[in-house]
Design a protein around this ligand. Structure first.
Ligand SMILES: Cc1cc2nc3c(=O)[nH]c(=O)nc-3n(C[C@H](O)[C@H](O)[C@H](O)COP(=O)(O)O)c2cc1C
Length: 182
C-alpha cells in the first residue's frame, strides 16, 4: 500500500529551491534506477551522468531556449530546468541497435520511473526533461563537459531537487489511458 501512495504522490515538480540534494539521497536514487527491469540485462548500454554544475545546466538551458525559439519565441528565455540543482542525464550507446525494437528506450524509462519514485519517497521533487536530449546531443562540447561518453546518445534528463512550494499532492489515480479487455 505504501508503494501505491508513493506512485500517487509522484508528480512533475516545476519549481525548486537552490538547496543541493544530499549524496546519500543521490546514491539511493541511482541505486533505485539500477534496480529497474532491464531488457536483455543490457545495463552496460545505459549511462547516467550526474550534473550539479550550474554553468553546465545554464548552457544546456540556453540550448533548449534556442530550440524553443523556433516554435515558441516567447518561451526562449524560460528556465526549462525550473531551478533544479541536480540533473541525471540518461544516455544510451547506439539506442536503435537492438533485436527488440525500442528496448533501450523502454529500459531507460523503467530506470527513470524507479528513480522518480525513490525521489518522491525521499521527499524530493523530480521531472523528466525530454528536451535535454537534443540540447546536449547537438552540442558535443557540452556532452563532453558533462562527462557523457561520446559514443552514447543522451536520451533525457531527470531533474532533482527540493520542491520550492513544498506541496504533497496525492493524485486520484484515475484511468488516464484507454483500456480494453478481451
Ligand atoms: C518522455 C518525457 C518527456 C518529458 N519532457 C518534459 C520536458 O521537456 N519538460 C517538462 O517540463 N516536462 C516534461 N515531461 C513531464 C510531463 O509533462 C509530465 O510527466 C506529464 O505532464 C504528467 O504530469 P505528472 O508527471 O505531474 O504526472 C516529460 C515526461 C516524459 C515521460
Amino acid at each position: 500500500m505504501e508503494t501505491l501512495k508513493t506512485i500517487a504522490t509522484r508528480r512533475s515538480v516545476r519549481s525548486y529551491t537552490s538547496e543541493q540534494i544530499t549524496e546519500e539521497a543521490l546514491m539511493a536514487i541511482l541505486k533505485a534506477g539500477g534496480a529497474a527491469a532491464m531488457g536483455m540485462r543490457s545495463y552496460n548500454r545505459l549511462h547516467m551522468s550526474i550534473v550539479q554544475d550550474k554553468e553546465l545546466l545554464t548552457r544546456m538551458n540556453k540550448n533548449i531556449g534556442a530550440m524553443m525559439a523556433r516554435f515558441a519565441p516567447d518561451k526562449a528565455n524560460n528556465d526549462f530546468t525550473f531551478g533544479a540543482p541536480a540533473m541525471i542525464i540518461i544516455s544510451c550507446k547506439d539506442p536503435d541497435n537492438t533485436p527488440m525494437k525500442g528496448m533501450h528506450y523502454i529500459n531507460s524509462g523503467c530506470v527513470a520511473q524507479n528513480m522518480m519514485l525513490a525521489a518522491t519517497d525521499l521527499g524530493l521533487g523530480s521531472f523528466v526533461l525530454g528536451m535535454a536530449s537534443d540540447a546536449i546531443k547537438n552540442d558535443p562540447q557540452l556532452q563532453s563537459d558533462m562527462n557523457i561518453p561520446s559514443d552514447f546518445t543522451p536520451l533525457f534528463g531527470l531533474a532533482l531537487g527540493y520542491d520550492a512550494e513544498n506541496k504533497v499532492i496525492e493524485k486520484s489515480m484515475d484511468l488516464t489511458i484507454e483500456v480494453s479487455r478481451a
